[in-house]
Design a protein around this ligand. Sequence first.
Ligand SMILES: Nc1ncnc2c1ncn2[C@@H]1O[C@H](COP(=O)(O)OP(=O)(O)OP(=O)(O)O)[C@@H](O)[C@H]1O
Length: 874
Amino acid sequence: MSENLKISRSQVSVVLNKLVKENKLVRIESKPFCFISVEYLKEKGIPFKDSVYASLDDLLSNKEKKDFEKLVGMNHSLAQTVKQCKATISYPPNGLPMLLYGSTGTGKSLIAKLTYEWARNQGVISKNGQFVQVNCSEYANNPELLTANLFGHVKGAFTGAEKDNEGLIALANNGVLFLDEVHELKAECQEKLFLFMDQGIYHRVGDNEKWYKSNVRIVFATTEDPGKVLLKTLIRRIPMTIMIPNLEERGTQERIELLYYLFHQEEKRLNCQIKMSNKVYNVLLQSKMPGNIGQLKSSVQSCCINSLFDKMDDELVIHLNHLPQELLQQVYKSKKAVLDDDEYIFIDDLQSYYNGTKEIIQLNENLLESFRKYRDEHMTLSNFMKAEKNYVQKYFDNLIFRKKESSQIDYYNRGIQHIFDLIESRYGLKITNNETLAIASFLDEIHHEYHDLRSWFLKHEEECDDLYQLLQEEFFRATKVSLEICEYLKSYLEMDMYSIIVCVFIFYVYNDKKDSRLTQKAAVILAHGFSTASSIADAANRFLGQYIFDALDMPLYVDTNAMIEKLNLYLDHIGKVKELYLLVDMGSLEDIYKGLHIENANIGIINNVSTPIALEIGNGIRNHVEMEDLFKNTIDAFHVGLTYHLEKNKLKQPVILCSCASGLGTAQKLKLMLEQSFPDGINLDVKTLNYSELIELGKKNAVFEEYDVLCVLGTLDPNIEDIPFVGIEDLIIEDTFSDFNQYFKDYMDEDQLNQFDKNILHNFSLSNLMNTLIILNPIKLLEQVANALDVLQKYLQIRFSNRTCFGLYVHICCLIERLVVSRMGEYKPSENFLREHKDFVEYVQKAFTPVEDFYGVEIPTEEIIYIFNYVKNN
Ligand SMILES: Nc1ncnc2c1ncn2[C@@H]1O[C@H](COP(=O)(O)OP(=O)(O)OP(=O)(O)O)[C@@H](O)[C@H]1O
């Protein structure tokens, strides 16, 4: 609507809500809000009482919120509380006594009242049963009066008892008696209460003859630790103690919902719309409130009262100066800037804040979304991992950024410090203090959003499990570490670790750089004894500061076959590796090797493993020492009793695959050009493949079985899973050339890569010229032009990009041939250009003099202008 009217959303909101106040519209608060004209409802004969309804269904059934529906948090932080209250009050036959225990202002009285309303609405207690509330602290100095008020008294029982009084217990017959601040109940009164709780009978004060009966359900409440302040005999009679959480523990979203609820009450009461400055909103949202919801409520009311004096029209605008003193003081103490801002939040808009998808759910949604793309083959594994890692990293960064202060987070933080110390010593995985804080906040989010998280998980369980399965298969190490973290967290925090949470940790722990190196190499220690292998691996990983070794502990008396079986199981788990280092304590190395199910990998096995040997090998792995050298060095260093067995023949040879949609001929030319471009001493294999075959059979083509295909080079991307594609044009564009370069990093050093780059450019230009030049020898001409351009670059003191070089090579070579053939030279020199770019013209002429002399031509000024423009766009 705001778009159509070309006015802001908040202006529209003001007008619509004004019409609601004037009883011209009814507001439906489902998302998005909608407004229905009162006239229309009347015309259609739809009955309605209120001006605001939670949903259309509520309007049509004319439904008001009843009992627990009025409790903010009933489906979240208070879900368990509500469940316990319902079960206790309705426990057959007459309910059970219950004790609500929580700090001041947490909502104990409200919950007691709503429990009563619920029981009445459900028919658990009869319609005539009343809710009778007694605050015991009001009688702290006069316990006799409390006893008399509770149990009733007869006329003349004490001074001032001018007539009989039946007492509150009688009044609460068939209903609920709520005894607030029960720790103030004095011993004499308690005795009488015990008898009543046990047998349902009592005497009125002043009459010890007559017994009275009443059928009452009792709800107690206290702010003090029941174990410390209540008599054991009383505690024994209360089978259910229900903890009510502090405001701090209810999560941000619920606090926003409370703010909406409390302000909305004031809007109704004052019959006007309320908005508050962003600063006020933040103070109300973040300030410490020892008085909990009670304090939040009184703060909201104070704000409204204070701002009433400044009210100009139908709107109440709340600024920092309207806040109650104690909150303002917190703002000043925090030493942050306290200027108010002019961004406002309308109370109605708060709903979208707490109704919006919670961040942790959004994160999970994003993770599954990318997983689906990967599963439906719209994404490669590495891009999928990048995307997932990015989501998780952003989420955690955000948690650190929004760092909340809460005792719960402190508690988690302290606990997990210890867990991550353990993880560091086992896997060499370093987690910084900031990161543990983010993880603590993450656990806090899980705790607060537990109910939503749980229902989300149950809805997506199968997909989450599939995602987990994939990660377990592809990223064995990250999974192993994450599983261990989750195991510790589970036993420490008694939290359910759903598979999606394990996945979040896997993405968090997964380090593409470290893991890609590690996934290429696996190192495992296998030894007999309860934890011999684990101890050696732990010690070596710790000293090396990196997770290098896995460990397989074997029972003392098992033979080589059992060892092999366990190893194969492990190998199935770790997925593809290019090098496997096996450190064993005993057994025939030949036999072990023969039994292994592993293909396409170099395998090295060494015996008599000990911590120093593991350190030596681990250090070599870390520093990329070649496998054979590493084993030789280790034997040299340790001499005694060490032997090794090496199998190198199973490694696939690397190859570059040329395949062009334009035909095999182009692919063959490409192959030749590539081979000619390799610097001296580099003999990488280049193969060609028919494009249609490549598309049709994909990964099933024999070439993938036989070779390790580094990339496909061609004209059109055949989209082969996990195999990168490089387009021909990328070879001559400097930016993308570096992408191509990366596939050769393991085979060429930096100088060779630079040479390769130059050769590619030269050979591509040449191949283009071969097809274009008719008379001149392209090889010779290109060499001369390339030299001239080198000289020109020196004169100009700039370096041309590959693309500029390529363009100029081709253009100038063709120009020279044109000049040679036509020998026209009829160009008109441009005087202006000659004047303004005297230097440039001179440089070109000087650089190209050898070429001009050789072919007997003169490059015309117009062409120099062309070169000038070309270089200008370099
Ligand atoms: N979950 C909630 N949703 C809506 N309003 C709430 C909620 N919890 C508390 N309130 C409101 O906050 C105020 C304080 O709550 P209440 O008096 O029930 O707390 P209490 O724990 O009984 O406090 P005290 O121990 O000081 O008596 C009340 O006005 C109550 O209506």
